[in-house]
Design a protein around this ligand. Structure first.
Ligand SMILES: C[S@@+](CC[C@H](N)C(=O)[O-])C[C@H]1O[C@@H](n2cnc3c(N)ncnc32)[C@H](O)[C@@H]1O
Length: 227
């Protein structure tokens, strides 16, 4: 549960990222991604925010979706391009060197599905707020947001345990990379605030990892109830 923060170390060696993340999480993240992409149907238009080396992007494309992956790390994208070519998915995948700050250039209601794996926890609170607002704008009515990421556990004891176990990793990672991750707090409420209702959520790793599906609500004036 405390190992997400070590992602930052893996990102500084992108060629080791995929293997590293599988080892660190005992394959948990890969299984979560496999589950999430079952929501995607052939022919759908999909955006992957912080696509990295393409773990979610390529899974979605393999299901027949047309996928645009954006990431601000050119080295991670270079690996995604290699994998895309190896898996012969070039005709269904478009990769762009873009940060979330550029999401306003994406078309309104342009996607059936927006997804993100382990990226929201790398955004500052302001970036996350902005990104969620953009996600709602970019989704067509009834479109889905799929998220697999680190979150703050909900109970007091679980949160305390999480912070204590995580602290040494935070220090180590910060010393080596000057970066850390920010487990999202009350993600379902934040989604609700921008008009995205959580319709399914599975928590694991003592409540610190979420795999959730949210749907765009059609009436922005009436925020949906989160489940
Ligand atoms: C932990 S990696 C996950 C990559 C991929 N989604 C996966 O699951 O394998 C997080 C990714 O988010 C990207 N990222 C972080 N902040 C970003 C931002 N502001 N805009 C775009 N990408 C960002 C990083 O460059 C990195 O590739």
């Amino acid at each position: 549960m405390s190992t997400y923060v070590l992602m930052r170390l893996l990102e500084s060696a992108p060629h080791r990222y995929d293997r590293g993340i599988q080892i660190l999480t005992f394959g948990h993240v890969g299984r979560a991604y496999d589950r999430l992409v079952r929501q995607i149907s052939p022919g759908q238009r999909v955006l992957d925010i912080g696509c990295g080396t393409g773990a979610l992007t390529l899974r979605a494309a393999a299901r027949g979706a047309s996928v645009r992956g954006i990431d601000r790390d050119a080295e991670m994208l270079a690996i995604a391009r290699e994998r895309m070519a190896q898996e012969h998915l070039e005709d269904r995948v478009e990769l762009a060197d873009e940060g979330v700050a550029e999401l306003d250039a994406e078309p309104a209601a342009g996607y059936d599905v927006v997804m993100s794996g382990l990226c929201f926890s790398e955004l500052s609170p302001d970036e996350l707020r902005y990104t969620l607002t953009q996600v709602r704008r970019m989704l067509q009515p009834g479109g889905l947001l799929l998220v697999a990421d680190e979150v703050l556990p909900s109970g007091f004891v679980a949160r305390l345990f999480y912070r204590v176990v995580r602290a040494p990793m935070v220090v180590l990672t910060y010393l080596l990379t000057q970066q850390t991750t920010h487990a999202a707090r009350r993600l379902a409420d934040r989604l609700n605030d921008v008009g995205l209702a959580v319709i399914d959520e599975q928590r694991s790793l003592l409540g610190s990892f979420t795999c959730l599906v949210a749907r765009r609500q059609d009436d922005p004036a009436a925020p949906a109830a989160a489940t």
